[in-house]
Design a protein. Structure first.
Length: 257
Protein backbone atom coordinates (compact mmCIF):
# COMPACT_ATOMS: atom_id res chain seq x y z
CA UNK A 1 0.00 0.00 0.00
CA UNK A 2 2.87 2.39 -0.63
CA UNK A 3 3.13 2.71 -4.41
CA UNK A 4 2.67 6.50 -4.07
CA UNK A 5 4.61 7.07 -0.86
CA UNK A 6 6.04 10.60 -0.52
CA UNK A 7 4.27 11.75 -3.71
CA UNK A 8 1.93 14.70 -4.09
CA UNK A 9 -0.88 14.46 -6.63
CA UNK A 10 -3.36 16.97 -8.03
CA UNK A 11 -6.70 15.58 -9.22
CA UNK A 12 -8.90 17.98 -11.19
CA UNK A 13 -12.62 17.41 -11.00
CA UNK A 14 -11.82 15.60 -7.79
CA UNK A 15 -15.28 15.73 -6.24
CA UNK A 16 -17.06 13.73 -8.94
CA UNK A 17 -17.42 9.95 -8.88
CA UNK A 18 -14.39 9.29 -11.06
CA UNK A 19 -12.17 11.98 -9.53
CA UNK A 20 -13.09 10.91 -6.01
CA UNK A 21 -12.19 7.30 -6.75
CA UNK A 22 -8.85 8.34 -8.25
CA UNK A 23 -8.08 10.56 -5.25
CA UNK A 24 -8.96 7.83 -2.75
CA UNK A 25 -6.91 5.26 -4.66
CA UNK A 26 -3.78 7.42 -4.79
CA UNK A 27 -4.19 8.43 -1.13
CA UNK A 28 -4.50 4.80 -0.04
CA UNK A 29 -1.19 4.19 -1.77
CA UNK A 30 0.50 6.95 0.23
CA UNK A 31 0.07 10.16 -1.79
CA UNK A 32 -0.76 13.58 -0.43
CA UNK A 33 -3.66 14.96 -2.43
CA UNK A 34 -4.78 18.31 -3.85
CA UNK A 35 -8.40 18.34 -5.03
CA UNK A 36 -9.36 20.96 -7.64
CA UNK A 37 -13.05 21.39 -8.34
CA UNK A 38 -15.75 24.02 -8.69
CA UNK A 39 -17.92 22.44 -5.96
CA UNK A 40 -16.69 23.57 -2.55
CA UNK A 41 -19.18 21.45 -0.60
CA UNK A 42 -18.44 18.21 -2.42
CA UNK A 43 -14.72 18.94 -2.51
CA UNK A 44 -14.55 19.40 1.26
CA UNK A 45 -16.40 16.11 1.76
CA UNK A 46 -13.72 14.31 -0.25
CA UNK A 47 -11.00 15.99 1.81
CA UNK A 48 -12.65 14.83 5.04
CA UNK A 49 -13.12 11.31 3.69
CA UNK A 50 -9.47 10.95 2.68
CA UNK A 51 -8.18 12.33 5.97
CA UNK A 52 -10.46 10.00 7.90
CA UNK A 53 -9.40 7.02 5.80
CA UNK A 54 -5.64 7.30 5.74
CA UNK A 55 -4.56 10.51 7.46
CA UNK A 56 -2.79 11.91 4.40
CA UNK A 57 -2.26 15.61 3.79
CA UNK A 58 -5.16 16.83 1.66
CA UNK A 59 -6.09 20.30 0.45
CA UNK A 60 -8.96 21.61 -1.63
CA UNK A 61 -8.98 24.57 -4.02
CA UNK A 62 -12.04 25.88 -5.81
CA UNK A 63 -10.81 26.10 -9.40
CA UNK A 64 -12.54 26.73 -12.70
CA UNK A 65 -9.97 25.08 -14.97
CA UNK A 66 -11.18 27.07 -17.97
CA UNK A 67 -9.63 30.16 -16.31
CA UNK A 68 -5.84 30.17 -16.45
CA UNK A 69 -5.35 32.62 -13.58
CA UNK A 70 -7.31 30.39 -11.20
CA UNK A 71 -5.31 27.35 -12.32
CA UNK A 72 -1.97 29.10 -11.89
CA UNK A 73 -2.92 30.31 -8.41
CA UNK A 74 -4.03 26.82 -7.37
CA UNK A 75 -0.74 25.31 -8.54
CA UNK A 76 1.17 27.83 -6.44
CA UNK A 77 -0.99 26.91 -3.45
CA UNK A 78 -0.14 23.23 -3.83
CA UNK A 79 3.58 23.96 -3.85
CA UNK A 80 3.26 26.31 -0.87
CA UNK A 81 1.14 23.94 1.26
CA UNK A 82 2.30 20.48 0.16
CA UNK A 83 5.84 21.32 -0.93
CA UNK A 84 5.87 19.91 -4.47
CA UNK A 85 3.86 18.47 -7.36
CA UNK A 86 4.72 14.97 -8.50
CA UNK A 87 1.52 13.95 -10.29
CA UNK A 88 -1.20 15.79 -12.20
CA UNK A 89 -4.37 13.92 -13.13
CA UNK A 90 -6.38 15.95 -15.65
CA UNK A 91 -9.75 14.41 -14.90
CA UNK A 92 -12.24 17.32 -14.91
CA UNK A 93 -14.66 17.13 -17.81
CA UNK A 94 -18.17 17.74 -19.12
CA UNK A 95 -20.20 15.80 -21.66
CA UNK A 96 -23.59 16.11 -23.33
CA UNK A 97 -25.83 14.19 -25.66
CA UNK A 98 -26.24 15.56 -29.19
CA UNK A 99 -27.19 12.97 -31.83
CA UNK A 100 -26.25 15.36 -34.66
CA UNK A 101 -24.52 18.73 -34.97
CA UNK A 102 -27.97 20.30 -35.33
CA UNK A 103 -28.55 19.38 -31.67
CA UNK A 104 -25.29 20.97 -30.50
CA UNK A 105 -25.41 24.63 -29.46
CA UNK A 106 -22.55 27.12 -29.69
CA UNK A 107 -22.56 27.38 -25.91
CA UNK A 108 -22.25 23.64 -25.33
CA UNK A 109 -19.51 23.25 -27.96
CA UNK A 110 -17.51 26.05 -26.36
CA UNK A 111 -18.03 24.65 -22.85
CA UNK A 112 -16.86 21.15 -23.77
CA UNK A 113 -13.77 22.46 -25.54
CA UNK A 114 -12.93 24.94 -22.78
CA UNK A 115 -13.15 22.43 -19.93
CA UNK A 116 -12.01 19.20 -21.54
CA UNK A 117 -9.21 20.46 -23.77
CA UNK A 118 -8.26 24.03 -22.86
CA UNK A 119 -8.53 23.17 -19.16
CA UNK A 120 -6.14 20.26 -19.65
CA UNK A 121 -3.73 22.67 -21.37
CA UNK A 122 -3.95 25.25 -18.56
CA UNK A 123 -3.44 22.70 -15.79
CA UNK A 124 -0.53 21.01 -17.52
CA UNK A 125 1.19 24.30 -18.27
CA UNK A 126 0.73 25.41 -14.65
CA UNK A 127 2.69 22.45 -13.23
CA UNK A 128 5.18 21.88 -16.02
CA UNK A 129 7.96 24.29 -15.05
CA UNK A 130 7.99 22.89 -11.53
CA UNK A 131 8.28 19.35 -12.88
CA UNK A 132 10.94 20.36 -15.40
CA UNK A 133 13.00 22.04 -12.67
CA UNK A 134 12.99 18.88 -10.55
CA UNK A 135 13.33 16.71 -13.68
CA UNK A 136 10.52 14.32 -12.81
CA UNK A 137 6.75 14.13 -12.86
CA UNK A 138 3.75 12.14 -14.02
CA UNK A 139 0.89 13.69 -15.99
CA UNK A 140 -2.16 11.53 -16.61
CA UNK A 141 -4.86 12.86 -18.92
CA UNK A 142 -8.33 11.34 -18.84
CA UNK A 143 -9.31 11.10 -22.49
CA UNK A 144 -12.17 8.92 -23.77
CA UNK A 145 -13.17 6.20 -26.16
CA UNK A 146 -15.26 8.97 -27.75
CA UNK A 147 -12.03 10.64 -28.84
CA UNK A 148 -11.12 7.55 -30.87
CA UNK A 149 -14.53 6.45 -32.17
CA UNK A 150 -17.69 8.17 -33.27
CA UNK A 151 -20.04 7.41 -30.39
CA UNK A 152 -23.82 7.27 -30.77
CA UNK A 153 -25.58 10.13 -28.99
CA UNK A 154 -22.37 11.69 -27.64
CA UNK A 155 -21.78 15.34 -28.51
CA UNK A 156 -19.27 16.10 -31.27
CA UNK A 157 -17.89 18.75 -28.94
CA UNK A 158 -16.99 16.12 -26.35
CA UNK A 159 -15.52 13.74 -28.93
CA UNK A 160 -13.49 16.53 -30.51
CA UNK A 161 -12.17 17.72 -27.17
CA UNK A 162 -11.08 14.23 -26.14
CA UNK A 163 -9.42 13.59 -29.50
CA UNK A 164 -7.56 16.83 -28.84
CA UNK A 165 -6.48 15.53 -25.43
CA UNK A 166 -4.88 12.52 -27.11
CA UNK A 167 -2.94 14.70 -29.55
CA UNK A 168 -1.98 17.01 -26.69
CA UNK A 169 -0.75 14.04 -24.65
CA UNK A 170 1.62 12.85 -27.36
CA UNK A 171 2.91 16.33 -28.15
CA UNK A 172 3.67 17.22 -24.54
CA UNK A 173 5.16 13.78 -23.84
CA UNK A 174 7.69 14.21 -26.62
CA UNK A 175 8.55 17.77 -25.65
CA UNK A 176 9.33 16.98 -21.99
CA UNK A 177 10.75 13.47 -22.26
CA UNK A 178 14.30 14.77 -21.79
CA UNK A 179 13.24 16.11 -18.37
CA UNK A 180 12.17 12.72 -17.08
CA UNK A 181 8.47 13.59 -17.18
CA UNK A 182 5.96 10.93 -18.25
CA UNK A 183 2.78 12.07 -19.98
CA UNK A 184 0.10 9.50 -20.77
CA UNK A 185 -3.65 9.16 -21.21
CA UNK A 186 -6.36 6.83 -19.98
CA UNK A 187 -9.22 6.27 -22.41
CA UNK A 188 -12.28 5.04 -20.53
CA UNK A 189 -15.20 3.53 -22.33
CA UNK A 190 -18.62 4.06 -20.81
CA UNK A 191 -18.25 4.44 -17.06
CA UNK A 192 -21.65 5.58 -15.80
CA UNK A 193 -21.23 8.50 -13.36
CA UNK A 194 -22.92 11.81 -12.60
CA UNK A 195 -21.43 13.24 -15.79
CA UNK A 196 -24.07 11.27 -17.72
CA UNK A 197 -27.10 12.80 -15.97
CA UNK A 198 -28.18 14.43 -19.23
CA UNK A 199 -28.65 11.01 -20.85
CA UNK A 200 -31.87 9.01 -20.81
CA UNK A 201 -31.83 5.32 -19.75
CA UNK A 202 -32.34 4.37 -23.39
CA UNK A 203 -29.39 6.46 -24.51
CA UNK A 204 -27.17 4.97 -21.80
CA UNK A 205 -28.11 1.46 -22.87
CA UNK A 206 -27.26 2.30 -26.47
CA UNK A 207 -23.83 3.59 -25.43
CA UNK A 208 -23.11 0.34 -23.61
CA UNK A 209 -24.44 -2.00 -26.25
CA UNK A 210 -21.07 -2.68 -27.91
CA UNK A 211 -19.16 -3.79 -24.78
CA UNK A 212 -18.16 -7.43 -25.39
CA UNK A 213 -16.54 -8.16 -22.04
CA UNK A 214 -18.64 -9.52 -19.23
CA UNK A 215 -17.02 -10.30 -15.91
CA UNK A 216 -18.02 -12.29 -12.89
CA UNK A 217 -20.12 -14.40 -15.21
CA UNK A 218 -22.87 -11.81 -15.18
CA UNK A 219 -24.32 -9.89 -18.06
CA UNK A 220 -24.52 -6.14 -17.55
CA UNK A 221 -21.48 -5.82 -15.27
CA UNK A 222 -19.99 -2.75 -16.88
CA UNK A 223 -17.13 -0.36 -16.30
CA UNK A 224 -16.62 1.08 -12.83
CA UNK A 225 -14.73 4.16 -11.63
CA UNK A 226 -12.24 1.88 -9.87
CA UNK A 227 -11.27 0.38 -13.25
CA UNK A 228 -10.11 3.80 -14.39
CA UNK A 229 -8.50 4.66 -11.04
CA UNK A 230 -6.39 1.49 -11.21
CA UNK A 231 -5.05 2.50 -14.63
CA UNK A 232 -4.29 5.99 -13.33
CA UNK A 233 -2.45 4.48 -10.37
CA UNK A 234 -0.20 2.51 -12.70
CA UNK A 235 0.62 5.59 -14.79
CA UNK A 236 1.19 7.73 -11.69
CA UNK A 237 3.47 5.21 -9.99
CA UNK A 238 7.09 4.21 -10.50
CA UNK A 239 5.86 1.11 -12.34
CA UNK A 240 5.29 3.23 -15.47
CA UNK A 241 8.65 5.01 -15.50
CA UNK A 242 9.40 3.77 -19.04
CA UNK A 243 5.92 4.52 -20.40
CA UNK A 244 5.19 7.86 -22.06
CA UNK A 245 3.16 9.30 -24.91
CA UNK A 246 0.68 6.45 -24.94
CA UNK A 247 -2.83 5.58 -23.83
CA UNK A 248 -4.43 2.82 -21.78
CA UNK A 249 -7.90 1.82 -22.95
CA UNK A 250 -10.31 0.88 -20.17
CA UNK A 251 -13.36 -0.03 -22.19
CA UNK A 252 -14.26 -3.70 -21.82
CA UNK A 253 -13.16 -4.42 -25.37
CA UNK A 254 -15.27 -1.81 -27.17
CA UNK A 255 -12.14 -0.85 -29.10
CA UNK A 256 -9.27 -3.29 -29.49
CA UNK A 257 -5.87 -3.18 -31.16
Amino acid sequence: MDRMRDKTAIITGGSGALGKTIALTLAREGADIAIWDISVERGQKIVDEIVGMCNRKVIFSRVDISKSKEVNAAAETVIAELGKIDVLVNNAGVVSSAPTLLDLSDERWNLELSINLTGTFYCTRAVLKHMMDKRSGKIVNIASLAGELGRPITSAGYSSSKAGVLGFTMSVARSVAAYGINVNAVCPGIIITDIHKAYSPEQLELLQADIPLNREGEMGVRGKPQDVADAVLFLASKESDYVTGTRIRVNGGSLMG
